[in-house]
Ligand binder design. Structure first.
Ligand SMILES: NC(=O)c1ccc[n+]([C@@H]2O[C@H](COP(=O)([O-])OP(=O)(O)OC[C@H]3O[C@@H](n4cnc5c(N)ncnc54)[C@H](OP(=O)(O)O)[C@@H]3O)[C@@H](O)[C@H]2O)c1
Length: 350
């Protein structure tokens, strides 16, 4: 789809001044298929600053003003997780197409309400699980399909240092479990998405999370207790057989690139920490390709192009909202497994 001509620009608003402003706005602004016309931030001044930088007319902290923007056709919802449901539903009810950040909502019930509102309004709905469209991860998925057969043991291990010090990050919603924060919403959901895309349904999950750095200061200096996890370890049992291990520590002292390793009954795929991809069938030497690219902007461009095609040409969006439900059911199961210290069967999303 990269490079497909996109005429007839979709007028879009970005709701969120973080990822929305850093990644989404520049991508929409550079694609001929989109015309960003408004941006929302919680702070009016910040919204106006972002609008000025992007050269768009409206920057506002008032969602109704944003939705009333003349000619508006679509929104990208990039707020804290617990606000996705309210913003996405309000947008759909106004007949706006919705591209929602991941995870879709705080829980499966909230995610189902978004899907119902999008379906009732007859608008396009998509969820940004674009990390699996990054070149390195896309090649992992291709090689897995060609090489590994039935999974036996799959692992995804992330090691980051960005939360290691109390002062390395201010306290924001990301450290607040009640706002849907935590590293599971940041990275874990992408890895659950990758594994369920590769290996289908998960029969049961076990999980443990931890808060390693217990207090942080807000941007204005007040100390707050961190309630959202900065490390997690998950165990998955796939319905078709095989086990999965998904882990992240964001408080490590030495960072390492992501490791993905898949051992199946007919072969092996490994993405190493230098983003070299190794693969081979049983009895063969592993062959290497790469280092492969992993650009968030390129991946978001793929999601945006697909969103445009869904709006203008009626093709299915990629990733579609239903995949948001699938990962949400897994995330809910992970949360319950962690809290109740038991295996949990994810709810079926059909
Ligand atoms: N797909 C990806 O790869 C990816 C990557 C990063 C983030 N995301 C997703 O994008 C969404 C936003 O994350 P982010 O990192 O962009 O967050 P963020 O920068 O902290 O905040 C996003 C927006 O929400 C506002 N906000 C912050 N706390 C709020 C609160 N308590 N109440 C109301 N509004 C609040 C911020 O206001 P101000 O403008 O005033 O600060 C900002 O406009 C999340 O769903 C996250 O998972 C996705």
């Amino acid at each position: 789809m990269l490079g497909t001509p996109m005429g007839n620009a979709v007028k879009i608003a970005v709701v969120g001044g973080g990822y929305g402003a850093k990644v989404a706005l520049p991508v929409f602004g550079a694609l001929e298929g989109f015309e960003p016309i408004a941006v929302w931030s919680r702070r009016a001044e910040r919204a106006q600053e972002l609008a000025g930088e992007a050269g768009i007319a409206l920057g506002t902290a008032d969602l109704d003003e944003l939705f009333d923007c003349p000619g508006l056709e679509a929104v990208h919802v990039a707020t804290p997780v617990t606000l996705h449901t309210e913003v996405a539903i309000a947008a759909a009810r106004r007949g706006l197409h919705v591209l929602c950040e991941k995870p879709l909502a705080a829980d499966l019930a909230g995610a189902r309400r978004i899907v119902a509102a999008v379906e009732a309004a007859g608008v396009v709905g998509a969820v940004n699980y674009g990390r699996r469209l990054q070149h390195a991860r896309e090649r992992v998925l291709e090689r897995v399909r060609e090489t590994v057969g039935r999974p036996r043991m799959v692992s995804v291990s992330l090691v980051h240092t960005d939360h290691a010090e109390p002062g390395s990050r201010p306290f924001t919603w990301v450290q607040d479990a009640a706002m849907g924060g935590g590293r599971l919403q940041g990275y874990g959901v992408h890895d659950l998405d990758l594994l369920s895309e590769a290996f289908g349904e998960v029969e049961a999950v076990a999980a443990a999370t931890e808060v390693g750095v217990a207090e942080r200061a807000t941007p204005d200096g007040a100390q707050q207790r961190v309630t959202a996890e900065d490390a997690y370890a998950l165990v998955l049992r796939f319905r078709g057989g095989g086990l999965g291990l998904v882990s992240l520590v964001s408080t490590a002292r030495h960072a390492r690139g992501d490791l993905i390793e898949v051992h199946g009954d007919s072969g092996t795929v490994r993405l190493d920490s230098e983003r070299r991809l190794w693969s081979g069938r049983a009895g063969e030497e592993l062959r290497c390709e790469g280092p492969l690219k992993a650009s968030s902007k390129d991946a978001f461009e793929r999601v945006a192009r697909s969103f445009w095609s869904a709006i203008r040409e009626g093709s299915p969006p990629d990733p579609p909202l239903i995949e948001g439900l699938r990962v949400q059911a897994l995330l809910d199961a992970v949360r319950a497994a962690d809290a109740e210290r038991r295996w949990v069967v994810p709810e079926s999303v059909g």
